[in-house]
Design a binder for this molecule. Structure first.
Ligand code: ZN
Length: 231
């Protein structure tokens, strides 16, 4: 996974260089829906004088195409109150209206999976800004936070570094499994049986869960508890 380093200068007051041993990862949304309010814009914002005056800083910003790092993970940022700041790495997800939030979300999941491993943080220590301060943040993800956490811990959704399943075949590994005639978990069409094989045409995320569009035009779950990819 590619992370662009664009650190806040050490001379800035919002980079106090206080040591951090992160035990948690704190997830935020920028709340900035303006057109163009992407990771690059926030990278320049967090280096600027307004962020110093407002005493804010955080570690990563993710948008639908980029992940930018603003602080090393062994230094504290100012993003989640005293308790949150002294224990966690802060990640902001962009919510600019011209961005694809589903892609931003998937990119954030890949980053968090990477950080959990790199920093030896346990899965149940991925938390919200709300957790520390009861601020309504990350506003969108809070609506379905459990699904977000499940995707982080569910290997079947880890497409980030692996080969794309598109063009490959999958095999049904349960006795009976629904297929859908639209990219919608309510659009149940018929069931298929164990050992039936299909070709993946596209990978989608529907309500936070991976769904494969098949070459037949039907849809099936991407959860590896129910299907296996044949490579
Ligand atoms: Zn926040």
């Amino acid at each position: 996974m590619e992370v662009i380093e664009d650190f806040i200068p050490v001379s800035n007051s919002n980079r106090p260089q206080t040591a951090l041993v992160p035990t948690h990862i704190t997830v935020h949304e920028t709340s900035n829906t303006s057109v163009g309010a992407n990771a690059e814009v926030h990278a320049s914002y967090v280096k600027g004088s307004e962020a110093e005056e407002r005493q804010i800083s955080w570690h990563y910003t993710v948008d639908d195409t980029k992940t930018i790092q603003h602080l090393p993970t062994n230094e504290i940022g100012w993003h989640a109150g005293p308790e949150g700041n002294s224990h966690s790495v802060g990640i902001e997800l962009c919510v600019n209206q011209d961005g694809n939030f589903q892609q931003t979300r998937q990119r954030a999941i890949a980053l968090i999976q990477h950080l959990l491993e790199q920093l030896s943080v346990s899965n149940d220590h991925v938390v919200t800004h709300y957790f520390w301060t009861t601020k309504t943040c990350p506003a969108n993800l809070l609506n379905n936070w459990d699904a977000f956490l499940e995707e982080i811990t569910d290997d079947s959704n880890d497409h980030g570094d692996g080969p794309s399943p598109v063009g490959n075949q999958l095999r049904v590994i349960v006795d009976s499994l629904w297929v859908y005639d639209a990219p919608d978990w309510d659009a149940r069409y018929t069931t298929v049986s164990r050992d039936e094989v299909f070709t993946v045409a596209e990978v989608l995320t529907v309500n936070g869960t991976t769904m494969y569009q098949l070459q037949s035009g039907l849809y099936i779950t991407g959860n590896l508890k129910f299907v296996e990819l044949i490579t």
